[in-house]
Ligand binder design. Structure first.
Ligand code: FPP
Length: 247
């Protein structure tokens, strides 16, 4: 047992939370839904919900590092999100630019490598500069890869991949070679897809990649998602039997 002066070792932490170390998921994907409703319930502007949501993301990143999850892929902005009021879209872009630069020292301290994936051609130079800075300055880290999906939609991703193939000399692909044309090329598929906010749909997120992922839906709004919620998800995942179509 850890004494009161020392931090628990990772194995003690796993034991304390009844987690099975060999079954820690390698890759978690998240639809971070419910920021707006969380704020509305508190009579606050939606923007405060997004800001509080960024705290939940921070907590989740820390938990992934602590529990040894190697990849975290979060739905940061979808191709459909442009249809929100301009104020909200502008706020989300400003928040992203602020966070990705401000968080670099902490991400480096924790060993987090940032990747921004999606149709980035929609963004202005200042956003692209912030993205590049975040990626470049965390590039050497290897404890957690954080994929921030931006202007992302799974159907768009698949059609873009098909068009790239049609423009190439390649005449035939298989599942493995096709997946190299997706934004998530060379990233193993998620073991878990979490959606917060109470809805039970996948909203055009990682449609190809989640073929065999465990889907875990929580009624918690994203700003309420905390370390305990994260541990509960891992425990739920470990209680499921994955058969990948076998018996
Ligand atoms: C969905 O909640 C959330 C988003 C569209 C944006 C996700 C952004 C964050 C979690 C915050 C910041 C993170 C970064 C990296 C900038 P919603 O607005 O759809 O909530 P609702 O369904 O209750 O309206």
């Amino acid at each position: 047992m850890a004494s009161s002066q020392t931090l628990p070792t990772i194995n003690e932490t796993y034991r304390q939370h009844e987690l099975d170390p060999p079954k820690i998921p390698a890759h978690i994907a998240i639809i971070m839904d419910g920021n707006g409703r969380w704020a509305k319930k508190r009579l606050m502007p939606r923007s405060l919900g997004h800001r509080q949501g960024s705290e939940s993301l921070r907590t989740t990143i820390k938990a992934c590092v602590e529990f040894g999850v190697g990849i975290l892929t979060v739905y940061t902005f979808s191709t459909e999100n442009w249809s929100r009021p301009t104020d909200e879209v502008d706020f989300l872009i400003r928040l992203f630019k602020e966070l990705i630069v401000k968080e670099i020292p902490e991400l480096n301290r924790q060993g987090v490598r940032v990747r921004c994936l999606g149709d980035l051609s929609a963004y202005k130079p200042d956003m692209l500069a912030a993205i590049r800075k975040g990626e470049d300055e965390t590039n050497d880290n290897n404890r957690l890869q954080l994929n921030l999906m931006l202007n992302y939609g799974a159907r768009n991703e698949i059609v873009t991949a098909v068009n790239r193939l049609l423009a190439s000399d390649i005449k035939q692909v298989n599942e493995e070679t096709f997946s190299k044309y997706l934004y998530t090329a060379n990233i193993p598929d998620p073991d878990i897809l979490i959606r917060s906010g109470g809805d039970t749909r996948v909203s055009n997120y990682l449609l190809w990649q989640i073929a065999y992922s465990e889907l875990i839906f929580t009624h918690k709004m994203w700003p309420e998602f905390n370390r305990k919620s994260f541990i509960d998800v891992i425990r739920e995942y470990q209680s499921r039997q994955r058969r990948f179509g076998g018996v």
